[in-house]
Design a protein around this ligand. Sequence first.
Ligand code: C2G
Length: 130
Amino acid sequence: MKRVITYGTFDLLHYGHINLLRRAKELGDYLVVATSTDEFNLDEKNKHCYFNYEQRKQLLEAIRYVDLVIPENNWEQKIDDIKEYHIDVFVMGDDWKGKFDYLRDYGVEVVYLPRTPEISTTQIKHDLEK
Ligand code: C2G
């Protein structure tokens, strides 16, 4: 049982997120998704989400590639998560390339996947404002 983890806000869920989650699941058998709490988004990521944590969690749990959704409360929890959930592979979009290489020291494979071009939550909000 190869276990994969990925992190994100996943607000206004779109096909770019789905592409990431599908490819992450293809790297193993079980996918854990840590989604940022509202406090973490506001305090640390300066993100004002349209959907709150519970709503974003519910959306993610409905995705066939996702096996478990947990809260992301801070930047530091990744090492603990890797241990607690027996993770083999850590996956992020390549906008994070290089940022989490240190996790290799904890026995996980670190994989950065190409982002889906031209779609983003910011772009969606911008287009809707027009
Ligand atoms: N993503 C993607 N293609 C897009 C948009 C997003 O592949 N067009 C990926 C991102 O690279 C990320 C995931 O989808 O891996 C979630 O994106 P965000 O919700 O923007 O996540 P982010 O705010 O980058 O949070 O500790 C890590 C952070 O929680 C990551």
